[in-house]
Design a protein around this ligand. Structure first.
Ligand SMILES: Cc1ncc(COP(=O)(O)O)c(C=O)c1O
Length: 391
């Protein structure tokens, strides 16, 4: 969001920027969804709704998870929230408190750890690594469990790495959670953006092991290009959802009534737009990988999901060489200043030495931005420690 604010300011000043920072789809909200929002206004569906969401939408969320994953939830086990972010926050406030440890994996989306801290609990970060595509492995998570562990949060597909957790790994974590009474929160906000045919039925894996300790958090934001509408949801056992409802009822109340009608149309209507967007993201991912592959100092892998390429720029960083960059924040600042390309530095995700490139932007922007990035790297290569020089 910080990068987006800078890009907005520079654009207002007339600067031509290629924005690889955006964490949101560049597509428009599908027409049928927009029409449902307009109809809600025209039909005066503009009053308070139940704080946890209208029953039709809660039912539609249950239906979608049944159709997509084969899991059964009822309306009292679902809450409609202002984006996946509020679903995750409600869950954190309901479940975690002082003295609790909550395990998650890093590089990670920063709100996950900040929400744990806002609940007065302590985040415990398990690192994932570029060598194995940032795989979210069960072993490291299981090893981090202590008697104080109250919860484990898994984000798959992961922002910023695009990595997925394997079903076997999640099963091992689920078995442990069941034995030890540990909550598992799954952030599924990018669940519709998985590029290759891999098994990723996380709800089903947990339903058979620890359903009463599982919270599934999802969102309309990325799947339906609805970031500004603010609609997400959580599914979980009824007492937990009731606790989330109490927090929401005394803080923000219901998600906008208009948004709820639009989300209902998104979830119940044809899913062809979702597939079309996925296809376009896949082509962009593949092209970006090819273009950036032109310089071995930008070490990247094709992400399995989400719409980010997480690039290791370690070979371009140096603490000593004059004119070099010490951190990815410095690299990103110079890239913006000189080449007019905005990326998000890895520090934002607890991953110094990386930059995140969002391919939620047009193919022309990706082509032009990649060319500028490669030129920038070439221009600075003299002043930095290259892989070859480092031996
Ligand atoms: C990993 C992850 N989880 C959750 C969210 C929340 O998105 P929203 O609140 O728009 O649903 C985001 C947004 O960027 C995200 O990257």
């Amino acid at each position: 969001m910080g990068v987006t604010a800078t890009v907005d300011r520079l654009r207002r000043e007339g600067v031509d920027i290629i924005d690889f920072g955006a964490g949101e789809p560049d597509f428009s909200t599908p027409d049928a969804v927009k029409a449902a929002g307009r109809a809600a206004i025209d039909q005066d569906f503009t009053k308070y709704t139940p704080a946890s969401g209208i029953v039709e939408l809660r039912r539609a969320i249950c239906d979608r998870y049944r159709a997509d994953y084969g899991v059964e939830y009822t309306e009292s086990e679902v809450i409609v929230t202002a984006g996946g972010k509020q679903a995750l926050f409600n869950a954190a406030l309901s479940l975690f408190g002082p003295g609790d440890e909550v395990i998650t994996h890093a590089p990670c989306w920063p709100s996950l750890t900040e929400q744990i801290k806002l609940a007065d609990a302590r985040p415990v970060l398990v690192r994932t690594h570029p060598e194995d595509g940032f795989a979210i492995g069960a072993r490291a998570i299981v090893d981090a469990v202590t008697p104080r562990t109250r919860g484990i949060i898994i984000n798959s597909p992961c922002n910023p790495t695009g990595a997925l957790i394997g079903e076997d790994d999640l099963a091992a974590i689920g078995d442990l959670a069941a034995r030890r009474g540990i909550w598992i929160v799954i952030d599924l906000c990018y669940e519709k953006l998985i590029y290759d045919a891999v098994a990723h039925n996380l709800p089903k894996v947990l339903a058979g092991r620890c359903r009463d300790l599982t919270v599934l958090c999802g969102s309309a934001s990325k799947a339906y290009a609805m970031t500004g509408w603010r609609c997400g949801w959580a599914l979980g056992p009824a007492p937990l959802i009731a606790a989330c409802g109490a927090i929401q009822s005394h803080s923000t109340s219901n998600v906008s009534s208009i948004t709820q009608k639009a989300a209902l149309a998104a979830l119940t209507g044809p899913q062809a737009t979702v597939r079309a967007m996925l296809g376009e993201y896949r082509t962009r991912r593949d092209n970006l990988d090819e273009w950036l592959g032109g310089d071995s100092r930008l070490r990247c892998r094709k992400p399995a999901g989400a719409f980010y390429t997480f690039v290791d720029i370690g070979d371009l960083l140096s603490g000593v060489a004059p004119g070099g960059f010490r951190t990815s924040t410095e690299f990103a600042a110079a890239l913006l200043d000189e080449a007019r390309v905005a990326v998000t530095p890895g520090e934002a995700f607890d991953a110094p030495g990386f930059i995140r490139i969002s391919f939620a932007t047009s193919m022309e922007n990706l082509r032009e931005g990649s060319a500028r990035l490669l030129d920038f790297v070439r221009a600075h290569a003299g002043g930095v420690r290259t892989a070859a020089a480092a031996g």
